[in-house]
Design a protein around this ligand. Structure first.
Ligand code: NAP
Length: 245
């Protein structure tokens, strides 16, 4: 079955790597969701301005129920239907110890940039495909949800909250045909052309095309459901090949 994959967070490191990996694969069309025309232009250029049968962009937001409902309408008008969703929003930062943050920063990181967009993406883009065979919804999360690190506590809290959201969605969809997966990245991922690692970060590193290929493996091989994948530098290539670990 040909796949049409919606990618939320298309301008980000993981999103761009996934699009780049998908462009090399037959039978996969990516619909990148961007928050601005400026991002569309920048990313399309970086990707070499791909043909419309492989890559389509839609500009919109999931900052409120109304924005998400408008975006759903826009996506359906532009692409008709889709088979898969990847939610890779919220970012990755290595900053300072937890108690050095202000409460406003924590609220933005945990609520505005993590839980609210994932909740609204699931509400407006999982419901339309949940009863269709051959569909999937993949949440991208970070290993900090499962393992706290110093100077990374803000990510542990936001990723941990996302992990719980995913668990509820999985439990509530266990009898539905749609596959729900949590793709937990337990390493540092850099853009394909900039392997810089922040000082003091000791995680192993890979590039976003390699990670994108692993993610694509999960989407195109329909052999997993409600799977939490602990993705590392060592196992990501197996994921690309087999779609499972
Ligand atoms: N990169 C890594 O090493 C790594 C490792 C482990 C896990 N992860 C996880 O992978 C996911 C993506 O990370 P990344 O490295 O690709 O981050 P990134 O490069 O900072 O990109 C973040 C993406 O999320 C979008 N975004 C941010 N806040 C949003 C909001 N409130 N509503 C909608 N979209 C929003 C951004 O859009 P704009 O461009 O419009 O701001 C951008 O497309 C995160 O969940 C992160 O925890 C990443």
């Amino acid at each position: 079955m040909a796949k049409t994959v919606l990618v939320f967070g298309a301008s980000g490191t993981i999103g761009q790597g996934f699009i780049k990996a998908s462009l090399e694969k037959g039978d996969v069309k990516v619909v990148g969701i961007f928050r601005s025309e400026e991002s569309v232009k920048k990313v399309s250029e970086r990707l070499g301005n791909p043909a419309e049968d492989k890559f389509v962009s839609v500009v919109g937001n999931v900052g409120s129920e109304k924005d998400a409902a408008d975006l759903q309408k826009k996506v359906l008008e532009k692409v008709g239907s889709y088979t898969d969703v990847v939610a890779t929003v919220g970012g990755f930062s290595f900053a300072k110890t937890l108690l050095e943050f202000s409460v406003e920063e924590i609220r933005t990181i945990v609520c505005t940039d993590k839980i609210e967009p994932h909740f609204l993406i699931a509400k407006y883009f999982l419901l339309p495909i949940q009863d269709k065979e051959g569909t999937s919804f993949t949440f991208i999360n970070g290993g900090a949800a499962y393992q706290p690190f110093p100077n990374f506590g803000h990510m542990t809290i936001s990723n941990g909250a996302l992990m719980k959201l995913v668990q509820v969605v999985m439990a509530e969809h266990k009898d539905k045909p749609v596959r729900i997966n949590e793709f937990v990245i337990a390493c540092f991922v850099t853009p394909w052309d900039n392997p810089t690692v922040p000082p003091g970060l000791t995680f192993s590193r890979t590039d976003n095309i390699t990670m994108g290929k692993g993610l694509l493996g999960v989407i195109v091989h329909p052999n997993s459901k409600n799977v939490v994948l602990d993705v590392t530098v060592e196992n990501v290539e197996k994921l690309a090949k087999d779609g499972t670990l």
